[in-house]
Design a protein around this ligand. Structure first.
Ligand code: EPS
Length: 402
C-alpha cells in the first residue's frame, strides 16, 4: 500500500514528508524533486513569500546511490522564512510577548479551525492550513511522477482561466478529440511552463496579467480553472467493484484535497449533463488493429476505470481568502463586527495550483498502478505490467471468438 504523511507549519522550521510503499530500484535524485518544486513557485501574481523561499528537498532516508531501497522515504524542505519567525513559532517559551490574532479571514480555515481545536490564537489555525504544505506534496508527487515515467506515463497541466479570462482558442475541445496513443501530456507543461501564468498563448497571458495587475491595485484576489492531464495509461486502472475502488473517486478525492480547490470535473463532465447521450459518449472503433475511441469526452475514464486514453481533469480554484481590501468579519476578542485582517499572501496562485494538481494526479495514478501491478521491486512490477498489457487484446479476441 502506497501512502504518505506530511508535517510542518507555514512559518515553522520546515516541511517533512514520509512516504511508504514505493518499490525498490526506482531511480530518483534530489535534482528531479527540486525541478518540480521550482515549477510550483512560479506564476505571476504570487506574494512576497516566494521571493524568500527557494524550495529544495533534502532526502533524509529511503534512497541510496540515487535509487529507492523499498524502505520509507523521508524528505525535508526548509522554510527560509523561519529565520524571521523563530520566536513567534518557537516550540519552547517565547522571549517576547506576542499579540494574538483574533480576527478570522472569511473563506480561510481560521474560524472553524480555532472553534474545532479549542485554540486561543488564530495563528495556530493559519499555520497548518496554509498552502505552504503543498510544497511537500509536490516533492512527494515528484517521486510518483518519476515512477510513472518508467511506464511511459506522463502528467501535464495548463491554466484555462484566471479571474474569468479565457483564451479565444478552444484548447479543451481539442483535448476531448485527442485519441492518439502517442499523445504525451507532459508536452502541455513544456508549453505552459514558458508562460508566467501557465497558459498556452501569449495573447491570453497578456490579458490575464492585466487582470491580475488590476486585482492587485484593488487589493483583491483571483481564482481560476486549470486542466491536468495524464497520458500513456494502461486499460483498467481502478475498478467498478466498489465505490471506493473507482479511479474517478480517487482522482476527485485527491484533487479536492488541494487547498482552495472547490470543483473537479472529469472529461466533459458538467457540459455532458446538458447534452444527449449521442453527443456525450465516445464511439468505440478499431484503429491500426487496436481497440480505441473516436473521441475522449469521457476524459479517459469509463465505469471508474482508465480506458487507456488520456485522463483529463478540470479543476476550479477559488480566489485566495486573504484580501488586502478586507471584507466583513468579527473580532473574537470583542465579538464586534470589523473588517477582516490583512496578512501577506498571493493575489492569485492558480498557476502553482496546476503544478500541485499534476503532483496529486501523479500520486493517484501511481497508487492505482501499484494496486494493479504491485510488487516490491521495479523489475517485479514491470514484469506484471508487461504480462498484463501485452496480452490484453489477444485475450479479449480469444474470449469472444465465435
Ligand atoms: C505559500 C506560502 C504562504 C502563502 C501561500 C502559499 O506564505 P506566507 O503565508 O508566508 O505569505 O504565500 O499560502 C496561502 C495563500 C494561504 O492562504 O495560506 C506557499 O509556499 O505556497
Amino acid at each position: 500500500m502506497l501512502r504518505f504523511l506530511t508535517a510542518g507549519e507555514s512559518h515553522g522550521k520546515g516541511l517533512t514528508a514520509i512516504i511508504e510503499g514505493f518499490p525498490s530500484n526506482l531511480k530518483i535524485d534530489e535534482g528531479y524533486l527540486n525541478k518540480h518544486l521550482a515549477r510550483r513557485q512560479m506564476g505571476y501574481g504570487r506574494g512576497g513569500r516566494m521571493k524568500i523561499e527557494t524550495d529544495t528537498a533534502e532526502i533524509l532516508s529511503g534512497i541510496r546511490f540515487q535509487k529507492t531501497m523499498g524502505s520509507p522515504i523521508s524528505l525535508f524542505i526548509k522554510n527560509s522564512d523561519w529565520e524571521n519567525w523563530k520566536d513567534e513559532m518557537t516550540s519552547g517559551i517565547p522571549k517576547e510577548k506576542h499579540d494574538k490574532i483574533t480576527i478570522p479571514r472569511p473563506g480561510h480555515a481560521d474560524l472553524v479551525g480555532v472553534s474545532k481545536y479549542d485554540l486561543n490564537d488564530i495563528r495556530n489555525s493559519i499555520e497548518r492550513s496554509s498552502a505552504r504544505e503543498t510544497a511537500a506534496r509536490v516533492a512527494v508527487g515528484s517521486i510518483a511522477r518519476r515512477f510513472l515515467e518508467e511506464f511511459g506515463i506522463t502528467v501535464g497541466s495548463y491554466v484555462e482561466n484566471i479571474g474569468g479570462i479565457y483564451s479565444k482558442e478552444k484548447y479543451s475541445e481539442k483535448l476531448f478529440c485527442e485519441t492518439s496513443l502517442e499523445f504525451n501530456a507532459w508536452n502541455l507543461s513544456v508549453e505552459s511552463d514558458k508562460s508566467s501564468v501557465r497558459v498556452l498563448d501569449k495573447n491570453h497571458e497578456d490579458r490575464i496579467v492585466r487582470k491580475i495587475k488590476k486585482a492587485k491595485k484593488e487589493g483583491d484576489t483571483l481564482g481560476g480553472t486549470f486542466f491536468v492531464v495524464v497520458s500513456g495509461l494502461p486499460v483498467g486502472l481502478g475498478s467498478f467493484i466498489q465505490y471506493d475502488t473507482k479511479l474517478s473517486s480517487a482522482i476527485a478525492h485527491d484533487m479536492m484535497s488541494i487547498n482552495a480547490v472547490k470543483g473537479v470535473e472529469i472529461g466533459t463532465g458538467f457540459e455532458s449533463a446538458n447534452n444527449p447521450g449521442s453527443k456525450s459518449h465516445d464511439e468505440i472503433i478499431i484503429k491500426n488493429e487496436v481497440i480505441t475511441r473516436k473521441s475522449n469526452r469521457a476524459g479517459g475514464i469509463e465505469g471508474g476505470m482508465s480506458t487507456g486514453l488520456p485522463i483529463i481533469v478540470r479543476v476550479a480554484m477559488k480566489p485566495i481568502a486573504t484580501l488586502m481590501s478586507p471584507i466583513g468579519a468579527i473580532d473574537l476578542s470583542t465579538m464586534k463586527n470589523v473588517t477582516s485582517r490583512r496578512e501577506r499572501s498571493d493575489f492569485t496562485a492558480v498557476p502553482a495550483c496546476a503544478v500541485i494538481g499534476e503532483s496529486m494526479l501523479a500520486w493517484t495514478i501511481a497508487k492505482a498502478m501499484l494496486d494493479k501491478f504491485g510488487g516490491d521491486s521495479m523489475n517485479e512490477i514491470k514484469d506484471n505490467y508487461r504480462s498484463y498489457t501485452s496480452k490484453l487484446q489477444k485475450r479479449l479476441t480469444k474470449n469472444f471468438r465465435k
